[in-house]
Write a protein that binds this ligand. Structure first.
Ligand SMILES: [Fe+2]
Ligand SMILES: [Fe+2]
Length: 205
């Protein structure tokens, strides 16, 4: 334990009234889980801050593209917002590439997992599949099948995902576009992430 900060170092054991007492979960008591629940609620309320902090990692990351990944994200969200999309959709558009930093080989799934409790089924589907649908515009330049999105023709969300890519995602690489700032979208992120629409950890009542 750091005496000045009260912070524990890695490997140290939690002792005190504010920590659960069990050493194995099967020893857990109601008191333990009341303590953990309190901490969970506090941690959950900071989720929008963690999301916004992680999104900022895209700033200055060009990867050879005409605009950095942050500008691309802002531009995608701005185009969706100016086209009259709802708040959850716009937040999905803002965060659709947030998985680029850790999900190098599956970034749409990372973003979709973060968004899933807070958006509609269709918005989640769009985010999860936008990678395959974006391929329509460039996979053939990389020796891949540009029509791989056709795998999903039977989905009720096919047209919505194609529209997201056509109108907002593939269109958001213009260095001269007047995108809104992250500060503009921040209140939307906070409202959308304030309460999940669905989660196995949150009851409906
Ligand atoms: Fe993407
Ligand atoms: Fe994108």
């Amino acid at each position: 334990m750091d005496i000045k900060t009260g912070q524990m170092e890695a490997g140290q054991t939690a002792v005190g009234a504010d920590h659960a007492k069990f050493r194995e979960m099967k020893e857990g008591t109601q008191e333990d889980w009341s303590i953990i629940s309190k901490h969970y609620m506090e941690f959950a309320s900071d989720l929008p801050d963690r999301v916004l902090t992680h999104l900022k990692l895209l700033e200055g990351d060009f990867g050879g593209f005409p605009v950095c990944r942050m500008e691309h994200s802002l531009q995608t969200a701005t185009r969706a917002h100016r086209d009259g999309r709802g708040e959850r959709y716009v937040v999905m558009a803002l965060l659709h590439d947030i998985g680029d930093t850790l999900g190098t080989y599956n970034h749409p799934e990372v973003a979709a997992a973060i968004l899933k409790p807070f958006v509609t089924e269709q918005e989640h589907w769009i985010c999860q599949h936008h990678g395959a649908f974006q391929g329509y515009y460039f996979f053939h330049f990389l020796g891949m099948d540009k029509d791989v999105r056709d795998t999903f023709r039977d989905s009720p969300h096919f047209d919505a995902c194609a529209e997201f890519c056509e109108k907002y995602d593939q269109a958001a690489f213009d260095p001269d576009y007047d995108s809104e700032s992250l500060e503009f979208f921040e209140p939307m992120v906070r409202r959308v992430f304030a309460k999940p629409l669905s989660s196995m950890y949150v009851s409906d009542d």
